[in-house]
Design a protein around this ligand. Structure first.
Ligand code: GRF
Length: 219
């Protein structure tokens, strides 16, 4: 079966992009990473993608000044050139216009380092620690015009330890991210995700049976 052609958009180190590339190395994976684009010319992830033999490109937003539309047209031109069918945002630090988001309706995914709808925006681990939540995690969702919103496809949780720092908590969350992004892409590429009233329904999903309670037990 033809694999779904995916573009990954990055702005930085690209560890989630790398996880998607790694998953897609399996010929049985339903999507292929056909293109990695960065809006930052020296994003670390570009070298990782090139080393993996993936086509890369730079669409530098600075070249377009305040003209978001022209920047997005340039992204779309690259996507068209590579026959892209799905877009994955992976640490892509530009807000996208409703026009562009509409072009990729239910065909553009994002990963956010928190259990949405909690902690939208930046510094999620710091705010999770300040708030005192006992569960934190990451979310993959379809992109809608409003930032860090949109139908949730997959979430993964970690327990928050009393002694966690932003760094220690972030290190556990990023591991979750690297699991849930390939899973979400697989589900979407297999056509198993349908959106009804803003909610994702996943065909044949198997749920974990045990509840996740923090703390787990008191010795
Ligand atoms: C990740 O934490 C992702 O959830 C957020 O930006 C970070 C990107 O990290 N959107 P990386 O570039 O994938 O390593």
């Amino acid at each position: 079966m033809a694999r779904v052609r995916v573009a990954v958009l990055i702005s930085g180190r690209g560890s989630n992009m790398a996880a998607l590339i790694e998953a897609a190395r399996d010929p049985g994976f339903p999507a292929e990473i056909a293109l990695v684009l960065s809006n930052v010319p020296d994003a670390g992830g570009l070298a990782i993608a090139q080393a993996a033999g993936i086509k890369t490109g730079v669409v530098d937003h600075k070249a377009y000044g305040k003209d978001r539309g022209a920047f997005e047209q340039a992204l779309n031109a690259e996507f068209a050139k590579h026959a892209i069918e799905l877009v994955c945002l992976a640490g892509f630090m530009r807000l996208l216009t409703p026009w562009f988001v509409g072009q990729w309706h239910e065909r553009m995914l994002n990963i956010h380092p928190a259990l949405l709808p909690s902690f939208k925006g930046l510094d999620t681990h710091k705010r999770a620690l300040e708030t005192g939540v006992k569960l934190h995690g990451a979310t993959v969702h379809f992109v809608v015009p409003e930032m860090d919103s949109g139908p949730i496809i997959v979430q993964g949780a970690v327990a928050v330890d009393d002694d966690d720092t932003e760094a220690s908590l972030g290190a556990r969350v990023i591991q979750v991210e690297h699991c849930i992004y390939p899973l979400a892409l697989r589900l979407v590429a297999e056509g198993r995700v349908t959106v009804e009233n803003g909610r994702c329904r996943i065909a044949n999903a198997v749920l974990p049976q045990a509840p996740y309670i923090v703390p787990d037990r008191i010795p």
